[in-house]
Design a protein around this ligand. Structure first.
Ligand code: MEV
Length: 433
């Protein structure tokens, strides 16, 4: 019998030229989507309030954002179609186009550095930090064992659980010592927010008892520098001039926080849509990425591109802690379809894909910015939006789009007022006839 899971996702050339139903059908015939999945999308997604009621209070309905698929990705030697939920016009097109460039001229490799997420227990004022630290560390093995036995036993059974505990001193502005205990835990395939918070709250009482000090609060940290995902993109035999331009663009973002913010936004253009499509907490990942980008005391780029011989090599290292079980990931039909589409085997697997797409998205942006500029690609795709925004009807669309493309080619710029003018013009001409 044919192993559907091994079926290559290629060739998807020309996918973007297909119409909506053809695209769904192509995914079905390639075993990416089932009949049921196709119907889910064709019927407009979730139809009843039941799911929403499970998640939020005072539910009104759902806010729908477009969900598409980026093609051409080959990560660690495996082909992928990447589901992306995002409204920004050029993101999926740019990701697919840049992934094609990488596929044809190089490779994407990933690795995971570390396994543990972090929980924090704050003691806002301790009388003597040295004594406090000694008391906690003396009980370290006992506290870890207790947390694993009473709270994280499910994770322990799956090969995870609490692994370590450290103590940090923070000097307050009144000169007193604040103590923070970090709890390290391997959450396996969960994002782990709930369980690490439970562990920290559970450890509050025994710790207060051992130290005679008072806990102020317990919560996870989104700066998970103990579980990082790294993606590396290599482009072989790249044109020297282009490679150096991309390196210079990278150096700009490494040195300047103003540029770094925009560079990293471009990286997150690739990351957030997958987080949303898979039902992951994108606010948590965003917070972690930005905090990690500022870890040296100054906000900087989370990507780095260098010319190495005749190659261009780019790296992205960031805390990209995601889950593939629990919450929206398990309950939302679109999230389930997204995980299935990528044949995700574990949370780390998903994280590797997310890092890769973020880095490729960054490469696409830097390539465009250092060559033709960003307007051309953005605007080409934006023409339809502008036409709709100007009130063009279905019949008027082809004319309006064509006219706006002509204006764009000449002026390199286009706006809603251009579109309004073109629509007016078209209507005047057809009225005269
Ligand atoms: C736009 O959404 C993203 C870019 O600004 C990213 C960048 O400047 O690197 C194009």
């Amino acid at each position: 019998m044919e192993d559907k899971s091994k079926k290559s996702l290629y060739n998807f050339t020309g996918f973007s030229k297909l119409n909506y139903l053809e695209r769904l059908n192509k995914l079905k015939t390639n075993f990416v989507l089932s009949e049921e999945d196709v119907n889910f999308f064709k019927n407009g997604g979730i139809q009843t309030p039941d799911l929403g009621e499970k998640f939020v209070e005072n539910l009104l309905g759902y806010f729908q954002i477009p969900m598409g698929v980026a093609t051409n990705f080959c990560i660690d030697g495996q082909d992928y179609l990447i589901p992306m939920a995002v409204e920004e016009t050029s993101i999926i097109a740019a990701a697919s186009k840049t992934a094609k460039w990488v596929r044809e001229n190089g490779e994407i490799k990933t690795e995971i550095i570390g396994t543990d997420i972090i929980g924090q227990i704050q003691f806002s004022k301790v009388k003597n930090f040295t004594e406090f630290e000694a008391a906690v560390l003396q009980q370290k093995d006992y506290l870890i064992g207790l947390a694993n036995k009473e709270v994280a036993f499910g994770l322990v059974a799956r090969g995870g659980g609490v692994t370590n505990l450290t103590v940090r001193e923070l000097i307050r502005d009144d000169g007193l010592s604040m103590a923070v205990v970090h709890i390290y835990m391997n959450p396996c395939d969960a994002m782990g927010a709930n369980i690490i918070n439970q562990v920290c709250e559970f450890l509050k009482d025994p710790m207060q008892e051992f130290t005679g000090e008072t806990v102020t609060m317990c919560i996870l940290s989104n700066l998970v520098d103990s579980k990082l995902t790294k993606a590396t993109v290599t482009i072989n035999n790249i044109e020297k001039d282009l490679a150096y331009k991309i390196e210079e663009a990278s150096r700009f973002a490494e040195l300047d926080s103003y540029r770094a913010a925009t560079n990293n936004k471009g990286v997150l253009n690739g990351i957030d849509p997958i987080l949303i499509a898979t039902g992951n907490d994108w606010r948590a990942v965003e917070a972690g990425v930005h905090a990690y980008a500022a870890r040296a005391g100054k906000y900087s780029s989370i990507t780095k591109w260098r010319v190495v011989g005749n190659k261009l090599v780019g790296e992205l290292t960031a805390p990209l802690v995601v889950g593939t079980v629990g919450g929206v990931t398990t309950l939302h039909p679109a999230a389930k379809i997204s995980l299935k589409m990528m044949q995700i085997k574990s949370a780390e697997h998903l994280s590797r894909i997310i890092a890769s797409v973020g880095l490729v998205q960054n490469l696409g942006a830097l390539k465009a910015l250092t060559t033709v500029g960003i307007i051309e690609g953005h605007m080409k795709l934006h023409v339809k939006n502008l036409s709709l925004g100007a009130g063009a009807t279905e019949k008027e669309m082809p004319f309006v789009v064509k006219k706006l493309e002509e204006i764009l080619a000449i002026t390199k710029r286009i706006s809603l007022s251009n579109a309004v003018e073109v629509v007016k013009d078209f209507r005047k001409k057809t009225e005269i006839k």
